[in-house]
Design a protein. Sequence first.
Length: 325
Amino acid sequence: MIDLGIGLGDAGVIAFHAVVVVISFMVLALVAGQTEHKVMAHMQGRLGPMYAGGFHGWAQLVADAVKFAQKEEIIPAAVDTAVFRLAPAVAMIPYMVAMAVIPLSPTVVGADLDSGLLFVLAVSAIGVLGTLMAGWASANKYALLGAMRSAAQLLAYELPIVLAAASVAMAAGTLSLIGISRAWEPWWLIVQLPGLFAFFIGGMAEIQRPPFDMPVADSELVVGPYTEYSGMRFALFLFAEYAGMVVLAAMTTVLYLGGWRGPGPEALGPFWTLAKVGALVLVIIWFRVSWPRMREDQLQRLAWGALVPLALVQLGITSVVTVLV
């Protein structure tokens, strides 16, 4: 047997913290979906989500859940059935795993990994494989084209994300997410501003949020890789998107906004973390409402011509500041 050095009591505490963190972020993902309905309804004058269920449309989320649960699941005859069924889980589960290591506060975290930053970046990238699997298994040319766009987008935007995160790890001197939050100083927000822009914009592109939703492009590809999906499996892809929004907002909070830091005692840490995450989710929703979808050439030009050089400049600035300070 392998002795991990963890007693039953310690293991129970770790499991409890992991469950608390994952449930908090999953609830936040559902709230993000509900909020998107409301914000878009107000900004675009869409009456339904504002009034469904009475007070400010509170029942819209319930109505959507019932709708997806009642829809018939249709699986076309030509699909690769095993891969087709597995794809939604592959798209969603990595974000749930990533949530378990993102700290709400120094004491409320599922697992404080020494390489937590690398773990979250690696696990989050796996979620895109669900999109690739869905497009490949659907036996549909529109779905396959969307999956290929998704692969190209992942390759383009993973690099600025990693470079921007590397500059933060260099400044903090650790890959632990709790260690990064502890090392954070207010002046980081100024020095790391180019990296913040590259990380946040690159993250939105990686989770394929508008205006970076070329793999889906419903006006061209009929929802791309998800064309053949219906019912709860389609709902899992939607939930994965909202979970990706929460993970991106949480990582941006930890790396650039001080994590749980805020006025008042440290016991308010989870509140400040969730408040910052909620504010960033609103920014992501605002981008969807305010910006038109980019063309594929514009999307690639932004990655390779702007974000990658910007992240490299950020890495150089951080190197100089780290040596001088």
